[in-house]
Design a protein around this ligand. Structure first.
Ligand SMILES: [Mg+2]
Length: 193
């Protein structure tokens, strides 16, 4: 059975330090993202993106804008030889003001609604699968889902690690500098498996 790699989007695949990604032109892929994802593709992993897009509930962008951003992301990765199998996004945020998205919802990480949806759609071996992201909420999501977890220091990761780690209920399984080194680590762990 295939193994899946769940990837966060902002701060994991693309740089979010310029602010929010509200339109396709805001999307800036990390220079190493395509190469890292293509290695996962070649090794036979299912590559699934799970992203909180609470900006929809806040009125910064619409679900259609998010779809357009993802269309560009998929195309930009594909020309560099990397394939995303599926993208799940959560438009919900309790403190937003756009209905019907201004609610707490299981699809918003760290809850695992998006994982459950992926589970219904695809067959994969949970125990051999990973969640990779730059926020502690990504780690909580992965832990609740039964995945191995890797925190990246790109995006918000370094700040999360330096400022917030004392409050973490449980630690990430691994911490690596970026997505490329996370993929190196996965390959190393797979060899020893
Ligand atoms: Mg992120």
């Amino acid at each position: 059975m295939k193994k899946a790699i769940f990837l966060d989007r902002d701060g994991t695949i693309n740089d979010n330090h310029g602010g929010y990604v509200n339109k396709p032109d805001d999307l800036m892929l990390y220079p190493f993202a395509a190469e890292a994802i293509s290695r996962l593709n070649k090794a036979g992993f299912l590559v699934l993106v799970v992203t909180n897009q609470g900006g929809i509930a806040r009125g910064y962008l619409t679900p259609q804008d998010v779809e357009a951003i993802h269309k560009k992301m998929i195309a930009d990765l594909l020309v560099q030889g990397a394939h995303i199998d599926d993208i799940f996004f959560s438009p919900y945020y309790l403190k937003g003001h756009i209905k019907p998205f201004d609610i707490q919802h299981q699809d918003r990480k760290p809850d695992i609604g998006m994982f459950n949806t992926a589970r219904e759609k695809y067959n994969f071996n949970i125990k051999g699968s990973y969640m990779i992201g730059d926020k502690y909420t990504d780690i909580e999501f992965g832990k609740k889902a039964g995945l191995k977890t890797i925190l990246l220091l790109t995006g918000d990761g370094e700040e999360e690690f330096l400022q917030k780690r004392s409050g973490w209920a449980s630690k990430p399984d691994y911490i690596t500098p970026d997505l490329s080194s996370a993929v190196n680590l996965i390959f190393k762990l797979e060899q020893n498996d």
